[in-house]
Design a protein around this ligand. Structure first.
Ligand code: ATP
Ligand code: MG
Length: 431
């Protein structure tokens, strides 16, 4: 461990291959959300505490024990966002965006939860998020699920991930199902974990989301939602399943899947993998028709999902590192000033160039090679005097001399014939 201040427990410093993976997840998400015509949205990293407390629900793990809440200098209670949905719904109401309904929006960025850090679980982590606000059509649920499925395919990880699907039904369904669960768990209260005894009092369905092994045993025989579905809720669920089938998205039904947050209705889903140990949910979401009303807005049906960028990044193959097309290496002081004339104009023409601020020729070439550069442009006193250049193809080992007016042509030609794989021998052993 280095000296000086250390990072805060549960936060991350990301660099190198890990940063490339992270970036690939974000870029793929950005590309796919455009295919589905979701617009970008940006919302604040912090909000008034009540924005989260009210919309996520006081009895959830997030609100009851995971939020970063602090008084600001004016004495207002603020909270770092633990997820995106609440802030987006707050914005929808306070900005008067109802006129744009249905709004299809997507975003990504850091979120904060005070949890026990472990593999795949951080206190500052990052989410992708997609929401459709203002539509009660099951086609909206389907579109979000197909979007998620395509994202996982394009990241190359769909094979190891299963979509688990359930419905929580509408209000009448939920009430009947809730009562059945209250009866069931009340009869087994002595076997419940302390946390779940509290859930039994406050919000019984939350027990179904418990990770306690004893609770999990009991949950196996808890009443399933299927038996309590109202006809409307049943046909809504049917439409979602038909939509998924016609889009060729595979899923398994999990009649005990509930989501952690309050106000979820109808569709609930998780994309789950067994490749990440206990932290197996990579993407999760559902319909939350009750939320906006619960925070004081008009009845507004909505559906959305969030995915952990770190968990996705851990699963994908490492992308090829961002390649440098050309490294400018200099033999002496004269070469260095000559290089300044050339490198900026090459970049302005769109070439990915790197230069080195110090070090002898050999060291600079070693760096260029390590960085995976295709070409090295070698400049020294000789080249400067002739207004010429030496161009070394680091893949083939071939070297070319030329005059400045031929530089671009030579670079173009050499970049096009770069072999796929680097050659084994060191191309610059002659130096
Ligand atoms: P979990 O059951 O793992 O605690 P959750 O239900 O709390 O997840 P959501 O609130 O649905 O998670 O967040 C969506 C996604 O964000 C999760 O599926 C997961 O990929 C990711 N995620 C949640 N909490 C963390 C965390 N502490 N660190 C890293 N990623 C996380
Ligand atoms: Mg959690």
């Amino acid at each position: 461990m280095g000296k000086g201040p250390q990072r805060i427990r549960g936060t991350q410093d990301i660099w190198g291959e890990e940063a490339d993976r992270f970036q690939k997840v974000v870029e793929t998400f950005e590309r796919v959300r455009r295919l589905y015509a979701f617009q970008r949205i940006e919302v604040p990293v912090f909000e008034a505490t009540e924005v989260f407390a009210r919309s996520i629900g006081e009895t959830t793990d997030i609100v009851s024990k995971e939020m970063y809440t602090f008084p600001d200098r004016g004495g207002d209670s603020l909270t770092l966002r633990p997820e995106f949905t609440a802030g987006i719904c707050r914005a929808y109401l306070s900005e008067g965006w109802q006129q744009h309904a249905p709004m299809k929006v997507a975003t990504h960025g850091p979120v904060f939860r005070y949890e026990r850090p472990q593999k795949g679980r951080f206190r500052q982590f990052h989410q992708l998020d997609a929401e459709i606000i203002g539509s009660d059509s099951p086609l909206a649920d389907v579109e979000l699920l197909v979007f998620a499925d395509q994202l996982l395919h394009e990241l190359g990880i769909a094979e190891g991930v299963t979509l688990q699907l359930n419905t929580l039904g509408d209000r009448p369904t939920r009430q009947a199902w809730q009562t059945a669960n209250t009866d069931y768990f009340s009869a087994h209260v002595s076997s419940l974990s302390p946390d779940s005894r509290i859930r039994l009092e406050r919000n019984v369905l939350r027990i179904l989301d418990s990770k306690d092994p004893g609770d999990r045993e009991l949950i196996k025989d808890a009443p399933k939602v299927d038996n309590y579905l109202s006809p409307e809720a049943g046909s809504f669920y049917e439409c979602v399943k038909v939509g998924l089938k016609s889009a060729d998205v595979r899923f398994v039904e999990n009649p005990r899947l509930v989501r952690g947050l309050d106000y979820y209705t109808h569709t609930a889903f998780e994309f789950v993998t067994d490749r990440l140990g206990a932290q197996g949910t990579v993407l999760a979401g559902g319909r939350y028709d009750g939320l906006i009303e619960a925070v004081g807005g008009p009845h507004t049906p909505a559906v959305g999902w969030a995915a952990g960028i770190e968990r996705l990044a851990m699963m994908i193959e490492a992308p090829a590192s961002e390649d440098v097309q050309l490294s400018v290496v200099t033999a002496d002081e004269v070469g260095r000033s000559y290089a300044q004339e050339l490198i900026h104009s090459l970049r302005r023409k769109g070439l990915r160039c790197e230069q080195y601020f110090s070090g002898n020729l050999r060291k600079q070439l070693a760096r260029a090679n390590k960085r995976g550069a295709n070409l090295a442009l070698i400049l020294g006193e000789g080249e400067a005097k002739d207004r010429g250049f030496t161009l070394l193809n680091l893949r083939s080992g071939q070297q070319f001399l030329g005059k400045l007016e031929d530089l671009e042509g030579s670079i173009d030609r050499e970049l096009k014939i770069v072999p796929e794989k680097p050659l084994i021998h060191s191309p610059f052993s002659e130096y």
